[in-house]
Design a protein. Sequence first.
Length: 486
Amino acid sequence: MTRPRTIVIVGGGISGLATAFSLQEKATQAGVPIRCTVLDSGPAWGGKIVTHRIGDLVTEAGPDSFLSQKQAGLDLCMKLGLAGQLINTNDTGKKACVLHRGRLHDLPEGLLSFVPKQLGPFLQSGLLSWPGLARMGFEFAVPPGSPRDDESLAEFLRRRFGVQAYERLLEPLMAGIYAGDAEQMSLRATFPRFFELEQEHGSIMRGMMAAKKSASPGQIGHSRRTMFVSLKNGLSDLVAALTSRLTQQGVELRVGARVEAVRVRSHELGRWMYDVILQDGSALSAESLVLATPAYVSADLLRPLTPIAGGILDMIPYASTATIAMAFPRTLTSAIEGFGFIVPRREQRHLIAATWTSLKWPNRAPADQLLARCYVGGVGREDVLQLDDDALTSTLREELALFCGIRADPTYTEVNRWWKAMPQYTVGHGARLAQLDAAVSRYPGLVLTGAAYRGVGIPDCIRDGALAAEQVIRDLQGKVHPDRAR
Ligand SMILES: Cc1cc2nc3c(=O)[nH]c(=O)nc-3n(C[C@H](O)[C@H](O)[C@H](O)COP(=O)(O)OP(=O)(O)OC[C@H]3O[C@@H](n4cnc5c(N)ncnc54)[C@H](O)[C@@H]3O)c2cc1C
């Protein structure tokens, strides 16, 4: 029998686990026997995915849902037998709000698709002045930018839609996802579709309308899934299903295993063996090594091996954030409706966004409770994270009272701090990734994956994990990656 090829994956967040899952599939297809070990320094699997179940409350400390349009998330759930657990957002009370001059306004319908169905909702929302609205509509006529240069998200949105639409609507909608500063974020790395639409159609709105027209009738309005989906008992069930499947498949899973260093040995010309040194001094050797750790951890591990890769990884900044769950008696918060609200940076508040979790999702709280999820921190707004839990909670309660009239005492509060949690794709990210790939490609079998590179969302991480698995198998078979041909 052929000797199994050894692979170590460092990092057991969704990226590392999805890589391990995909490796099993791809190794079987390629007829390559493998022995895979996943190591994580934390006490539990899943990294940022952490569901808490407290009595009848279900809270998510990290992500609370994922985009259904990016197929990789749904596909993985199907493969793991979780189809019956998938939940859509509630049908009723779908509206979301945005804070403007200290007051909440309904987000106009059609905004997310960038095809304002009619002017009415935009005018009624009171968010944009007539000139601001006219400038937004002028987007059709704005010439496309240079296809060569990367541009900041802020520059791009202001150039195409005008300052008002950018500051009041688009900045909180788009930069908020990354807890980022749109002035620094790379358009191409964060919203590549907008760059493509501008280049192909000369206008985002025109491009969106063309895409809608060319979509088959089956694709329009008949999707069984809402834009965001989650799992009935929380996203940790995805992690539990993954670890259980991997265990069945014979993958060795070790938590509490911090990797301190990586060394490389050449055991024959052009082939490498990686020694993975753990905190307890023990070592594991593998022919292939996948680092599914945050960029700053991968930087520390790789710097002695390739200072160039270490240097590039060090240039990926991270933002710290926190989620704060609060439950309130529904009788005292009965006026609250919709899914929640977002807060533009220019409002200079602590909240980035608040979600009415129990109104947005089924099964998150008993009917007599309103479960809220507050999101704070992010680039340039991290000071608030230094407050202790009580001070942080009362600061947010002041904002909830001011914007939404919630004055009730919470019956449950939970603060989850995430230090250096959200990688920031700043202008030039794509070019730096190309340099990183070139530096790493000198080491066959060494692969980087995770939220730091090609998308922070859960489906992006799963997709990138599958690409990493493909790369590992190719390297083990001695094939040269088309992008890595030297
Ligand atoms: C508050 C918050 C809300 C979010 N909301 C959403 C959302 O609603 N939808 C969505 O799609 N995405 C969301 N995201 C983004 C998404 O959750 C993350 O990008 C994704 O989970 C990252 O997965 P990962 O596996 O790449 O990294 P991580 O989850 O960070 O996993 C990395 C793992 O590496 C381990 N590790 C680190 N150092 C070592 C070491 N030296 N040795 C061994 N192991 C090590 C860590 O313990 C960790 O488990 C959110 C993120 C945050 C922080």
